[in-house]
Design a protein around this ligand. Structure first.
Ligand code: GLU
Length: 185
């Protein structure tokens, strides 16, 4: 069981996201990652195999800061624990996504994406979701509509948190069969 956390605030959310991951550590995981958006910057992402502590250490060497972000501790179900399979997964540098659960029809979706010219870099079932959202946006959908159209294609259990470079004021969260809590403070 992995953990996902997202935060949107008027200050740097990186410390909030790391704190959130630490609180979810008890669930068990093999790798950890974070992606944040800052004013006038593209999405910055950092992933490690190992503990949240390792992610913190990596952040001291390669700091990422932003007012909107998502983070993840992964419990691998599809693809070995590795940096490339760790979340967040991205599509074309402008969608980043964290996923808890299993996308049962990922093989079919992956094949359709490859036929449409998408290049998938990980072995996960999760990466397909990032590309499907990107594909809908590139066909003209808004970020929210793209997520709705994408989840209509998914079979399985998921909690997802997604950010998009073009809509830095939003995190979209969606779930089916996995728990997800939203807080406002
Ligand atoms: N199925 C996804 C993966 O293998 C997510 C696993 C999880 O819930 O951590 O990356």
């Amino acid at each position: 069981m992995c953990g996902i956390v997202g935060a949107n605030a008027q200050r740097d959310v990186t410390p909030l996201l790391i704190e959130g991951l630490k609180r979810l550590e008890y669930r068990g995981y093999d790798s950890a990652g974070i992606a944040v958006l800052d004013h006038d910057k593209s999405i910055q992402r950092l992933r490690v195999v190992g503990k949240v502590r390792e992610l913190e250490l990596a952040l001291t060497k390669n700091p990422v800061h932003g007012f909107c972000g998502i983070a993840h501790t992964r419990w691998a179900t599809h693809g070995k624990p590795s940096e490339i399979n760790a979340h967040p997964h991205m599509s074309h540098h402008n969608i980043a996504l964290v996923h808890n659960g299993i996308i049962e029809n990922h093989v079919k979706l992956r094949q359709e994406l490859i036929e449409s010219g998408y290049h998938l870099v990980s072995d996960t079932d999760s990466e397909v979701v990032a590309h499907l959202i990107h594909q809908q946006i590139s066909k003209g959908s808004t970020f929210l509509d793209a997520v709705k159209q994408t989840v209509a294609k998914l079979e399985g259990a998921y909690a997802l948190a997604i950010i998009a470079e073009n809509e830095p004021q939003h995190i979209i969260a969606v779930r089916s069969g996995c728990p997800l809590v939203i807080g406002l403070g």
